[in-house]
Design a protein around this ligand. Structure first.
Ligand code: CP
Length: 311
């Protein structure tokens, strides 16, 4: 299938993509990282729309930067000054963007919003996060970061830490890992932040074996990739529940003292207090590189979805 597998497709969940699809994306992103000066503007004449109904720094701006680097133009829907304020529906809004752009990258607080958009728009929809559900391009750049920094994804031991209940980046990362053959995958979180049934069921369905742990300390010496998450305060239905768990886990220099040599710490960012700034100076800290890989991975993604079967 090759590039045909990507061309014109919606990117709603990483589960819609096979290992071969992901490998093609990573090969393309590798060549962008290795040859950053591009003479060919493969998306010249195309328009990419961004429509973010929730705050974002990395996803929105790295999609814009990726599109601009490929020669596309970018238009941005700012929900706070759009006709949504006059009561226009999400589906009508997406129908409008469908007429103005060749691809729409969007984020919405409601689960299923990107799926709804894909049903009313004829152009590809890229889900930049829908509620607690999916964040496929984040998982793609996370896996790319592992492959780039560790040389492989298979056979490594992973610990996913923190808010695995509400963090779509954690769920999407686990779904992406299911396309590979990881070693041990440990989920480390307080009881109330363990995966929702829906996530547990999906992990089971895709055949990813996981172990539940209460703390990182007991397993850290054996972990190659520590995937940290922020507590998703904005997704707690009850603020009292958030108060009970806030500050319940944190990575510091001290907590990495027994970390495996060569292990890396990932975080989709933004961080709050779960990841101490003192960790930034350690060789394990890979999250800033990870965020920077957002541009080449999203360039590769846009080129595959919009660029056709050329090359
Ligand atoms: N990682 C991530 O989705 O960051 P933003 O919320 O800033 O887009």
């Amino acid at each position: 299938m090759g590039r045909d597998a990507w061309y014109g497709r919606d990117v709603l969940s990483i589960l819609d993509f096979s290992r071969a699809d992901l490998e093609l994306l990573f090969d393309s992103a590798d060549s962008i990282v290795d040859q950053p000066v591009r003479t060919k503007k493969s998306l010249a004449g195309k328009i990419v729309a961004t429509a973010f109904f929730e705050p974002s720094t990395r996803t929105r701006l790295s999609f814009s930067a990726a599109a601009l680097k490929l020669g596309a133009d970018v238009i941005d829907l700012s929900p706070d000054v759009s006709s949504l304020l006059k009561g226009e529906s999400l589906s009508d809004t997406m129908r409008m963007l469908d007429g103005y752009a060749d691809l729409i990258a969007m984020r919405h607080p409601s689960e299923g919003a990107a799926l709804l958009a894909s049903e009313v728009a004829s152009v590809p929809i890229v889900n930049g996060g829908d509620g607690s559900q999916h964040h496929p391009s984040q998982a793609m750049l996370d896996l790319f970061t592992v492959k780039r920094l560790k040389g492989r994804i298979d056979g490594l031991n992973y610990a996913v830490l923190g808010d695995i209940r509400y963090a779509r980046s954690a769920a999407s990362f686990l779904y992406g890992l299911a396309r590979y053959k990881p070693g041990k995958v440990s989920l480390v979180s307080p009881e109330s932040l363990r995966p929702r049934n829906e996530v547990k069921d999906t992990i089971k369905k895709v055949g990813l074996k996981t172990e539940q742990h209460d703390d990182l300390e007991s397993i850290i010496a054996d972990v190659d990739v520590i995937y940290m998450t922020r507590i998703q305060k904005e997704r707690f239905p009850d603020p009292n529940e958030y108060e009970k768990v806030k500050g319940s886990y944190r990575i510091t220099k001290g907590s990495l003292a027994n970390a495996k040599k060569g292990s890396i710490v990932l975080h989709a960012l933004p961080r709050t207090n779960e990841l101490a700034y003192e960790v930034d100076s350690l060789p394990n800290a890979a999250y800033m590189k990870q965020a920077r890989f957002g541009v080449p991975v999203r360039m590769a993604l846009l080129d595959l979805v919009l660029g056709g079967a050329k090359k």
